[in-house]
Design a protein around this ligand. Sequence first.
Ligand SMILES: Nc1ncnc2c1ncn2[C@@H]1O[C@H](COP(=O)(O)OP(=O)(O)OP(=O)(O)O)[C@@H](O)[C@H]1O
Length: 533
Amino acid sequence: MHPLRPTMTVEEAVAHFTPDRNEVQEVYSEEDEFIGYLTVEAIAHAIHRGELTRPIVEYVVPEVSLPDRKRQASSQAQLHAFFESPICQIVFNALYDGVYITDGAGITLFINQAYQRITGIREEEVIGKHMGDLIKQGMISVSASLETIRTRRPVTLIQTIRNSRKIIVSATPVLSSAGEILYIISSVRDITELIRLKHELDSQKLLQSDVPPADQMGLEDVVLGPATRSLFRLADKVAKTDAKILLQGETGVGKSMIAKYIHARSSRANEIFMELNCAAIPGHLVEAELFGYEPGAFTGALKQGKVGILESAHRGTLFLDEIGDLPLELQVKLLKVVEESKFMRVGSTQVRHVDVRIITATHRDLATLVREGLFREDLYYRLNIVTFEVPPLRQRREEIVPLLESYLEKFNEKYNEQKTMTLECYEWLTNYSWPGNIRELANLVERLVVTTFHNTIDVGDLPGFLQQVFPQAEPTSLRDAVARLERSMISQAIQTHRTTRLAAEALGISQSALVQKMKKWQLHIGSEPELNE
Ligand SMILES: Nc1ncnc2c1ncn2[C@@H]1O[C@H](COP(=O)(O)OP(=O)(O)OP(=O)(O)O)[C@@H](O)[C@H]1O
């Protein structure tokens, strides 16, 4: 380390004081002339007064007494010895959370094993180092300890380790009887872990809530965030009645899942649940599918005729998906079923009775269709006693990570894999708009589990369109902005060129530098093995 210069600020000088070093530093001018001494006590006082940007020349003294030096050195040594004592090591290393201890000036004294496990940072990289230096090196993004020194209060913040992993740090100052900060003890947790715990807690809460667990309804893997939970609660309530239900929402949001849940919680649970997607078959065939037909009712009909879905659903529940696509002429026939429970098969004049509960769904706005004359108003009001507005996934982002985790678990089991996702990948996918909602999410996870060759799925493995849509949060510093640009360029280059040699060439850096950077950013060559050149 360079000698202390009088123009250095207090903040810059702090890094020169480490537990292993002398407690008094000599200060030299730019011409290397001895100016005086700077004691760790003087620095500590300056920090306590918030004078971090003042030049140290203001605190330099021409002489220091030997007892002072001995006393300071010995108290520092005692502290050091305490943290190195076997009992202290055993206690801190037994903790599940990471522990990070600095002295009152922000110099690292101790990290426990859990901290090393969570962050991947080794003892020798930080012990004796000042937190400010660790930020400068890019090892950590911010320091809760320095914030605690500045504010003299406990501080909790989210820290990024080596620009990738995110952890949550809570720092607490330990004060002497004179009110000086002696050290700062920080506890550290992985955010991914917190998300998992929250997910577990949500499931626990669900078990205690008035909504019966969905897996008992044959609906395994259901993720219930606050929005979905309140839909299920309402579904549970209306299930007990025969009220007509209209489910509105985009494709893939879970409308048919809710319909099945309502059926499973109703008095018809032991009867059949039938489903017809009115948009999936041509208009002229919907009538035959729904109401059935007599022998020879139309060209191409089965000789023996056919029982329609409506009749098959007798005593049970009929779920009519995409009801907005039901042709107008069939809407009259459906109205008769809804109002009088009566219908006629195609080609028959015999009126039949049926006892079904009808649940309908649509991704279109039925009220608008009514205004445009495309949907019968009387049918609309009949079907729409209770409306469920099922929100798109982008409006219930808190469910995205639990859904990703749940589907990862499901497909890992199905394909006998052990894939995990980086925190950044979770963050990326949380910000995506998911036009295909949960169906799209499930498809993506399955694809990633099947196609990636490594166990950790990262942003670089996502399909190209997903990599471009991520709305970046504002970078917090120039270093942050540069780091992001570097990562994004590398990620794009390896996606495009598929070999580290070609990607390095395109980026104008050496192959080994590229490999090192890929390691740092946890990037991989797409989801396929590197091409053989
Ligand atoms: N809360 C949830 N947790 C887990 N999986 C869910 C959840 N909601 C929906 N899914 C799953 O997402 C997929 C799509 O759901 P569903 O078929 O119910 O959507 P939909 O709204 O009826 O779609 P569409 O209108 O296109 O028919 C299904 O595989 C379903 O199991």
